[in-house]
Ligand binder design. Sequence first.
Ligand SMILES: [Cu+2]
Length: 190
Amino acid sequence: MQVHRFEKIWLGAAILLIVGFIATIAYGSVGVGVGMVDDSGGQISAQAVQNGNTGTQFDDPGVVKTGDDQYTVYVVARQFQFAPGSGDNPIQVPAGANVTFRVTSADVVHGFSVVETNINTMVIPGQVSEVTARFNEPGSYGLICHEYCGAAHHTMGGSVEVVPPEEYDMQQENIDQSAADAQAQEEADQ
Ligand SMILES: [Cu+2]
């Protein structure tokens, strides 16, 4: 069979494109660790989260140091804020550390996306979404809810403040120190 030269070129280009597309999709779904929200973070009662009586760290959400350069951030999303994260209560973590976000919702489905990073998950009531990341560059990262969650959804945001490790440790010492001072003061008053 006689195939025209141009025909062969187009055929070759089309096959190359198809292989390229498949390779890109395969890499995107396997290579970069993109996955669906699964149940690995565990389940939790949304009502208990709402009432603050889960008996877990979600009752007092925030950053917990779990080891050398290991932090877990407990975040409760509710209409229309992240605690911590929103307003004058940003999430503060040190640069270069392993940070695991454990996020759950007190009411409806929310989103948890940190701008300029690949931290991006759905937040489902009754479930804990878990994402681990490392911020290498200090700076302020925007945090947004990207799942429509109600009338003021567009206002639901916040920030993750990544500070140099030395600065972070110094701040923690100051917080610990002032807590100790307050404790001492309280005892002195009694
Ligand atoms: Cu939301």
